[in-house]
Design a protein around this ligand. Structure first.
Ligand code: PLP
Length: 460
């Protein structure tokens, strides 16, 4: 098959058969796959290709991750070269690309951080929980700080602890019960304010709610507060500008570590290299993944501020080292690819481009407000959500079937958009997170396709 393939129905049918007979897929219902599948065989820029020759404009960059766009052949060369040089060795030793990548990351976050490498966003958050707990045990021996405060309707990963930390009941229900080490508070989602208030007269009730939880639990039991600066999974909820600085103040007031999840938000997605940089905060722990390699290789990391790192320094006899290891952490091939990915982002100024194209896309999408069932268009950079409602005044969410019909219409017309998965009440959002290289013409096509979808679908 060529990269931008010619249709090959027999080949495609063989792959579908082999897949259905052998693969257990995540999240999709297999019965649906029997009749409708995408068999991706190539991709270029912001477009993916099915083996049947269909091209789709991928307005989700895969799973919010292919930030530099598809088809960067030079990353294949970097991987091949590194594999020839050194394919693998455990990260208890040092290797050249991982050291370079950690230095690059430290520069991007403004200096004063060390990086612990893992393989996925879930692991990056999970390692963050463990680092926070170990830090608190070492630094506050008389206290028992093990809890993490997190928000309802957040998503932080798929392991048991990260699911526990997340606040999406529908995603968690099948695996209950959980540890109870994660205390959930209201999320900052102004369009659907959990307190029924309006910004700014709300006086950030969501932060007050967080402080109440800290006091109620007892600050001496809380290790960290975990926040995704702009909540993606709930449908791209952009908080008021003061929210994150106020959360940071709570952390400093009660000696709690600020753990920021930049798994989606990071690497230019919101118009700066990291979303927390919009708000002038200095997190203690930063989980990064996805855009770190634009998903060309699986790699992720937990980045810790030096005051946290220093707690892990000592004589061997003190037993203060990071007490965990993962086989592939600091993988030299993945690290080498990530280094070049980040260089490309910097050379092509993709964070700035994200801000510029995000503004362009959002201007276009705001014209869709003429449809009565668009409740709000919101986002930052190229992280965008469109709230669909049955009724703009009551904000009653569009039904899952209606949102699904919009997604399906777009797909049938060659544009892949996402939908929020925050739960039934928050399920009415079309999401977009395209490659940061998306063009104006491609943005226009997204707007035009959604325009047709919104005209066609019955929202009554
Ligand atoms: C905000 C956030 N955190 C963590 C994760 C988990 O990342 P991964 O799927 O790489 O484990 C995701 C995945 O989408 C995410 O959106």
């Amino acid at each position: 098959m060529s990269l931008t393939n010619a249709p090959d129905p027999a080949f495609r049918q063989a792959v579908v058969r082999r897949d259905l007979d052998n693969v257990l897929h995540p999240i999709v219902q297999h019965r649906l796959l029997e009749t409708r599948q995408v068999v991706v065989t190539g991709a270029q820029g912001s477009t993916i290709y099915d083996a049947d020759g269909t091209a789709y404009l991928d307005a989700m960059a895969g799973l919010w991750c292919v930030n530099i766009g598809y088809g960067r052949i030079e990353l294949a060369d970097v991987a091949a070269e590194q594999m020839r040089q050194l394919a693998y060795y455990p990260h208890s030793a040092m290797n050249v690309p991982a050291a370079a990548l950690a230095e690059q990351i430290n520069g991007l976050v403004g200096g004063g951080y060390h990086t612990y490498f893992v393989n996925s966003g879930s692991e990056a958050n999970e390692a963050g929980f463990k680092i926070a707990r170990q830090y608190q045990k070492q630094e506050k021996p008389g206290q028992f700080r093990f809890k993490t405060i997190s928000r309802y309707f957040a998503y932080h990963g798929t392991t048991l602890a990260t699911l526990d930390a997340g606040g999406m009941g529908e995603r968690k229900a099948k695996f209950e019960p959980y540890s109870g080490d994660f205390v959930h508070v209201a999320h900052p989602h102004c369009y659907r304010c959990p307190f029924g208030l309006e910004y700014p007269s709300c006086n950030l009730a969501c932060v007050k709610n967080m402080e109440t939880a800290i006091l109620g639990e007892g600050p001496e039991t809380v290790a960290a507060i975990l926040v995704e600066p702009i909540m993606s999974g709930v449908g791209v909820a952009v908080p008021p500008d003061e929210y994150l600085p106020e959360v940071e103040k709570l952390c400093r007031k009660y000696d709690i570590l600020l753990h920021v999840d930049e798994v989606i938000n990071g690497f230019g997605r919101t118009g700066k290299m990291f979303a927390h940089q919009h708000y002038g905060v200095k997190p203690d722990i930063i989980a990064i993944a996805k855009g770190i390699s634009s998903a060309y290789m699986p790699i992720a990391a937990t980045v810790v501020k030096n005051n946290v790192f220093e707690s892990f320094l000592g004589e061997a006899s003190e037993n203060r080292q990071v007490v965990q290891v993962n086989t592939y952490g600091g993988h030299p091939v993945a690290a080498a690819v990530a280094v070049r990915n980040i260089e490309i982002m910097l050379e092509e100024k993709l964070a700035d481009r994200s801000a510029e194209m995000g503004a362009y896309l959002m201007d276009g999408l705001r014209t869709l407000m003429r449809h009565p069932h668009v409740g709000e268009v919101r986002g930052k950079g190229l992280l965008v959500g469109i709230e669909l409602v049955k009724d703009r005044a009551s904000k009653e969410p569009a039904s899952p079937a209606q949102v699904g019909a919009v997604v399906d219409f777009c797909k049938e017309n060659g544009v892949l958009v996402g939908r929020s998965n925050g739960g039934r009440k928050y399920g009415g959002v079309i999401t977009m997170s395209p490659p940061l290289v998306i063009t104006r013409a491609e943005c226009d096509r997204i707007v035009e396709t959604l325009d047709r979808a919104l005209s066609k679908i019955d929202f009554s």
